[in-house]
Design a protein around this ligand. Structure first.
Ligand code: SAM
Ligand code: SF4
Length: 438
């Protein structure tokens, strides 16, 4: 099909599909394909509006915040698009010691983060499972970070069991592209060259006991319509096989990277198409969290808060030691360099609720349990009240100036509406108690 040619789709069929999403049912592949094929901007406005309503139904006004913590840039792979690739001779390489990882986590804790995503390049000798276990254990032991997620190379079932037992929440890994010829071209050597090993990663993680998994494709490597549909097909296959699918879908989009050898790709994804991807994930799998990183520019991220994103990183650095000491090779360039406090303030100013909550992990509401609570619609109530409690802690311990005043106003409004006896918990937070949740 010529993408410039506007083909009027069957509007009533599209509206039926949107109604199904609004009823919080996941979409079949033909339904996803029908939405993907729409190229009429008026119908896209309706699709965006539906995505916004689905997000509001499942997640309310909450936007969960986190930061990545890069552990390593030493890599045995050569993904052509990445600053850490083996073939980038100019890269300054580093794998954090366990103490340095704790130091970075402490710096983030001092800014108010409670949830971190550990990110690592692939280097089995320097950053294998023994290393991950130590880092996770020491960060939990020596900081107030409450949940660690991991984005690292695919592992064996035995290693995944150890990662899971160390207390990691979500294991995240992106297929990059499902299009095999492109995959082969872009990943010429190292373990990552093995498409099948990567494709089976979530089966192994689930078999090892991970119920919370995060998936994605790197937008810009191949035709986004094809890759997005293939990712949703993969999710549906997992749901059919295991009874649950991904906890989150991320929308990484290709960014310039120092030493990249993939600058010439012809599949770049425009901002408008990027918004479509966020909306499509939201509608295709209504209960899945959609994660938007600081790869994206601030104005676009602000729009996405209302279109379907439910988790966002903020104040991120993409190099090991990035929070202590800027200047080392970054994995890719960042589009939104606002601090956590600035993003918190922006979310609140849009009438949404910034959340630093980790209660589901503290209470074991994850995996299949999360899915059934979400389907009973109870999760929205839990999460809303817990977001208020996490925000109260943020106000007491970290927020300053106008952002603090804005959050105090928001909290007062929310407390007056609350029915779950929050006021006792809030008084306890004022008295110095922490990590309170329902
Ligand atoms: N090294 C592991 C791997 O490749 O699976 C995990 C961490 S890797 C640092 C995290 C993700 O960053 C990759 O899966 C890829 O999608 C993304 N990434 C790599 N280079 C990028 C670039 N130039 N722009 C945007 N995202 C990029
Ligand atoms: Fe290494 Fe991951 Fe970068 Fe590939 S994307 S070069 S595996 S860090």
């Amino acid at each position: 099909m010529n993408q410039n040619e506007v083909i009027k789709p069957d509007v009533s069929r599209i509206r039926e599909i949107l109604d199904k999403s609004l009823d919080l049912q996941s979409l079949s592949l033909p339904e996803v394909s029908a939405l993907v094929a729409v190229n009429d901007s008026d119908i896209w406005s309706e699709i965006f509006d539906a995505a916004c309503r689905v997000k509001e139904k499942v997640y309310g006004k909450r936007i969960v915040l986190f930061a990545p913590l890069y552990l390593s840039s030493e890599c045995t792979n050569d993904c052509l698009y990445c600053g850490f690739r083996k073939g980038n001779r100019d890269a300054v390489r580093k794998t954090l010691t366990v103490d340095e990882a704790v130091e970075e986590a402490s710096l983030l804790e001092a800014r108010g983060y409670k949830r971190l995503l550990l990110v690592a390049s692939e280097h089995p000798k320097r950053a294998g499972i023994d290393y991950f276990e130590k880092v996770v254990h020491e960060i939990y032991d020596r900081t107030d970070i409450r949940i660690l997620h991991v984005n690292a190379a695919p592992m064996s079932i035995d290693d995944f069991k150890r990662l899971r037992d160390s207390g990691v929440g979500v294991y995240q890994c992106f297929q990059e592209t499902y299009h095999m010829p492109s995959y082969r071209y872009l990943h010429p050597s190292g373990t990552k060259a093995d498409y099948t090993w990567r494709f089976g990663v979530m089966d192994r993680a689930i078999k090892a006991g991970f119920e919370d998994i995060g998936m994605g494709v790197l937008l810009g490597l191949y035709d986004w319509r094809w890759d997005v549909t293939a990712l949703i097909a993969h999710c549906r296959r997992l749901i059919k096989k295991y009874g649950f699918g991904p906890h989150t879908l991320s929308v990484p989009r290709l960014q310039p990277a120092q030493g990249s050898a993939a600058d010439h790709l012809k599949y770049s994804v425009s901002d408008e198409d990027f918004k479509k991807v966020v909306a499509l994930y939201r509608l295709a799998l209504p209960y899945v969290g959609v994660v938007v990183s600081t790869r994206e520019p601030s104005a676009l991220r602000d729009e996405l808060f209302s279109i379907g994103a439910s988790q966002v990183s903020a104040g991120s650095k993409t190099s090991p030691r990035g929070y202590m000491n800027e200047g080392d090779t970054e994995q890719f360039e960042i589009g939104d360099s606002r601090s956590l406090e600035e993003v918190v303030g922006k979310i609140a100013s849009l009438g949404l609720m910034p959340s630093l909550c980790t209660a589901c992990y503290r209470e074991g509401r994850s995996g299949k349990r999360f899915k059934s609570l979400a389907e009973e619609k109870t999760i929205k109530t839990f999460c809303h009240e817990n977001a208020i409690l996490s925000l109260k802690e943020y106000v007491e311990d970290y927020a300053t100036g106008e952002v603090r005043d804005q959050l105090v106003r928001m909290l007062n409004e929310e407390i007056s509406k609350s029915r779950n006896g929050l006021s006792d918990k809030l008084k306890n937070i004022e008295a110095g108690k922490r990590d309170l949740h329902i």
